[in-house]
Each structure stands twice: as structure tokens, then as C-alpha cells.
Design a protein around this ligand. Structure first.
Ligand code: AMP
Length: 220
């Protein structure tokens, strides 16, 4: 069991968890653990497990708890040379939240919920493109690449994640609305949930989160 401060980022797909996690990990020197990234990297392997994971992700379904828990809890138990851990994309079910609680407790844990409505989410995700090499994210309307189809940072090819297609987004949002309320209640009942408006600019969201953490003395 680790004793590092842990920040759990909750929110619907496309709410900016990944972007915020990257910013916060730099500012706070926290290790960023994204279950989506861990699973995508596993899914690129031509193994039975890799192919199974890819099918779930591409259809917008949650990867079964036993798979994700093995992958994540192994990482959680590693020794990180950082001041804390940011969990991005975990937990996604109450069962995952309980497993994490049983394994690590909630001491030193803060949960941030990025609250964004479905209409904004759908608009954001439909125009989202990722770099296949470095994973940098673009929005074709509000943050387009300088050269169409190419990443500004590394020149990699931009692609649309199969799970960012319109029908799949609808399914991901349905699953989110079914699974998230019990998780939110669980953390609320432990008094560690902070809700942040996710429809502000990325910088404003980072600033709001840091201000909240400062209030909790997690950030000096
Ligand atoms: P994300 O990049 O966080 O949007 O995750 C992409 C996809 O990975 C999700 O739609 C799920 O299929 C899968 N995934 C990520 N995190 C989890 C999790 N904690 N539990 C189950 N599936 C997950």
C-alpha cells in the first residue's frame, strides 16, 4: 500500500481529464496514471488480451473490472519517484472504487469531478483528433494543427479514435451516466469530493483545481 497523495480525476469522456492530468502532473510533480492510455498500449499488442481490450474500447464499452484492476493496481503498487499520483480514468465503476479503497484506503486522497454536460462533450469529441505518435490532442475547430493531418509537436499523423465516433460517444455517455452516480456518492460520503465546472478554459480549470488543493494544503 502506498502513502503518496492521490488525486482522482472523474468526469465524462471528453471532459478534459487527460489534459488536466498532464498539466497537474507537471505542476505538482505527480505521476500521471491513465487507464485509457495503459489499455490502449496493451490493446496494440497482437495478444489475446490485447485484441480483447481493443474490442471493448472500440465499441465504447468498459473493459471488465478484473482486467483493468490487474493492470492498474500493479501500476499503483510501483514505487514512483514523484510527490503523488494522479488517476485519470479510474475508477469507472463502484466496484473499482471499492477495490481501490480496500487496497489503498482514502488517506491523502482527493477526488475532482469535472462537470460538463453531454452537448458540450459531444461537440468536443466529434472534432477531437490525436497524434498517433505522441498522443497530443487537437480540436479541429478550436485547436487545429498548423498543417492539416499532422502533429505540430512531432509531425506524427493525426487520427480519430474509433471510440470518438458519434454512435460510440453516445454509448460511452450512457455508460458514464449509469456508473458514475454511485461512485460520486461513495466519495461524497467520505467527504473528499470536489466538483469543478468543466466548461471553462483549460487554464481556468487547472487554476480552479490548484486553488482547491491549496485550500486542502495538498499544494504548497
Ligand atoms: P479514456 O481514454 O479514459 O476515455 O478510456 C478509453 C476507453 O478505455 C474507455 O472507453 C474504456 O473502454 C476503457 N477504460 C479506460 N479506463 C477504464 C476503466 N477504469 N474501466 C474500464 N474500462 C476503462
Amino acid at each position: 500500500m502506498h502513502t503518496l497523495p492521490t488525486l482522482i480525476l472523474l468526469g465524462p469522456p471528453g471532459s478534459g481529464k487527460g489534459t488536466q492530468a498532464k498539466q497537474l502532473s507537471k505542476k505538482l510533480d505527480y505521476h500521471h496514471l491513465s487507464t485509457g492510455d495503459l489499455l490502449r498500449s496493451e490493446s496494440q499488442k497482437e495478444t489475446v488480451l490485447g485484441k480483447k481490450i481493443r474490442t471493448y474500447i472500440d465499441h465504447g464499452e468498459l473493459v471488465p473490472d478484473e482486467v483493468i484492476v490487474n493492470i492498474l493496481l500493479v501500476s499503483m503498487c510501483s514505487r514512483f519517484n514523484s510527490s503523488g499520483i494522479i488517476l485519470d480514468g479510474f475508477p469507472r465503476t463502484l466496484h473499482q472504487a471499492e477495490l481501490l479503497y480496500n487496497k489503498c484506503g482514502l488517506e491523502n486522497t482527493t477526488v475532482i469531478l469535472l462537470d460538463v454536460n453531454d452537448e458540450i462533450i459531444t461537440k468536443r469529441i466529434i472534432w477531437r483528433r490525436s497524434c498517433e505518435q505522441c498522443g497530443h490532442l487537437y480540436h479541429l475547430k478550436f485547436h487545429p494543427p498548423k498543417i492539416e493531418g499532422k502533429c505540430d509537436l512531432c509531425g506524427g499523423k493525426l487520427f480519430q479514435r474509433p471510440d470518438d465516433l458519434s454512435a460510440v460517444i453516445t454509448k460511452r455517455l450512457q455508460i458514464y451516466h449509469k456508473e458514475m452516480p454511485p461512485i460520486v456518492n461513495f466519495y461524497k460520503s467520505h467527504g473528499i469530493l470536489i466538483i469543478i465546472r468543466g466548461d471553462q478554459s483549460q487554464t481556468a480549470i487547472t487554476a480552479s483545481i490548484l486553488a482547491q488543493l491549496k485550500g486542502l494544503k495538498l499544494e504548497q
